[in-house]
Structures are given as C-alpha cells and as structure tokens.
Design a protein around this ligand. Structure first.
Ligand SMILES: [Zn+2]
Length: 92
C-alpha cells in the first residue's frame, strides 16, 4: 500500500471515517484491484462505505486498516478468512 498512489492523493476522497462492511474471499477465481491505491492481485477484499461518498470501496487489508479508526476488526477478519473455510465475513 502506498499513500502517494491512486485515491490516497485525491482531495475529494475521504481518508478517514469509513464504515467497515466486511471481507470476501475471491478464492483465487478472480483477483481484485484495490480501489484506493490501485494495487492488483487481491484475493481477500475488504469493503468500506462512507456517509459522504457514494461508492463502496473494495480494498486490500493495508488500505482498509488506514481508513477506519479501529483496525482490529479488519486484522481479525483477515486472519479468520485466511484460516477458515469461509468465503465471506460481514461486519454488523
Ligand atoms: Zn490499497
């Protein structure tokens, strides 16, 4: 993750205050590109939304951790989805 890349340097994109929605395992069938920094090859995708921003962001764990106040839930989910036989964890 590089904060000098992509939307990290876009003035209109909020960098904090995102709400964490959950994580999905794309199971290696497809790979996502982080919508914040543009890094490709993501298997585990974290979803975040913002009250002042229309689109949901699908990002890698490192970007996701920087976008919320408390990254512990994201770190936990990342570990859980890598270890367990589940493909989606929703944050409630
Ligand atoms: Zn990223």
């Amino acid at each position: 993750m590089n904060t000098t890349r992509g939307l990290w340097k876009d003035d209109k994109t909020p960098k904090a205050g995102w709400k964490y929605l959950g994580v999905k395992d794309l199971e290696g069938k497809q790979y996502a590109k982080c919508t914040m920094c543009g890094q490709g090859g993501l298997r585990y995708v974290h979803y975040l939304e913002h009250p002042a921003f229309e689109e949901t962001h699908a990002v890698g764990c490192v970007c996701a951790e920087r976008m919320v106040k408390d990254p512990s839930r994201i770190q936990e989910n990342e570990k859980m989805i890598r270890r367990r036989n589940i493909t989606e964890i929703k944050n409630n």
